[in-house]
Design a binder for this molecule. Structure first.
Ligand code: ATP
Length: 204
């Protein structure tokens, strides 16, 4: 998956609408300490479906919303849009893609009201978003998004955690989610069948 553009409004220190184009090749972000470099990486992880406020360096998810300064009031919402191109894959896409596999994913959070997602203009579930990124071998926990302290965490990871990282890199994490879904549906169907047997037995 190729990320082409990132738009932020009210996300952490990015209070004003900010539009960043990510051209092919190497992109570097430079700036003084505290200017928001890590916030940009966090915006990418957040729009991909990150659900842990702790990994966003916050106490609650509302902490990603601009909290205000001495001269500017806090905002009531934050929104991040990510434009990416999804290469053709073997699995059925979890969200409807545009021409040439184009995709715009938007996550918006309102203070006190939680997050909502849109993909190419349609409302979608958080689960659809996590599947679309998992199928593309990426997502909020992708080893390709290396935040401070991540290298040490990879070295210290347990074998099962390392396996999960390899599976994610291989793009099969989404298949695990689908398998779990299918198993739950099978279980529900088996329960319904058993109930039907009971009813039939009562009628005999
Ligand atoms: P360093 O080079 O030191 O790692 P950085 O450029 O990566 O710094 P970040 O850690 O991305 O900087 O940004 C930190 C800044 O973001 C701090 O000034 C902090 O006050 C600001 N910030 C974080 N969350 C919010 C928020 N919800 N509202 C307003 N500002 C915020």
């Amino acid at each position: 998956m190729q990320i082409r553009r990132l738009k932020l409004t009210g996300f952490k220190s990015f209070v004003e609408p900010t539009d960043l184009r990510i051209e092919p090749g190497l992109t570097g972000i430079v700036g003084p300490n505290g200017c928001g470099k890590s916030n940009l990486l966090e915006a990418i992880r957040w729009v991909m479906g990150e659900s842990s406020p702790k990994s966003m360096r916050g106490g609650g998810m509302d902490d990603v919303i601009f909290a205000g300064t001495a001269t500017r009031p806090a905002r009531d919402f934050a929104e991040v849009s990510l434009f990416a191109v999804q290469p053709p894959g073997a699995v059925i896409p979890a969200v409807e893609l545009g021409a040439d596999g184009e995709m715009e994913v938007v996550r918006r959070i309102e203070r006190g009201a939680g997050s909502a997602y849109r993909a190419n203009g349609r409302d979608v579930r958080a689960k659809d978003i996590s599947l679309v990124f998992a199928d593309a071998a990426t997502g909020p926990h992708s080893p390709a998004l290396v935040s401070q302290g991540k290298i040490a965490a990879v070295i210290a990871a347990k074998p099962a955690e390392r396996r999960a990282m390899l599976e994610e890199a291989a793009g099969i994490a989404g298949l695990h989610v689908r398998r779990k879904d299918a198993e739950q549906k099978l279980k529900a169907s088996a329960q319904n069948l058993a109930r039907l047997d009971d009813i039939l037995a009562e009628m005999d």
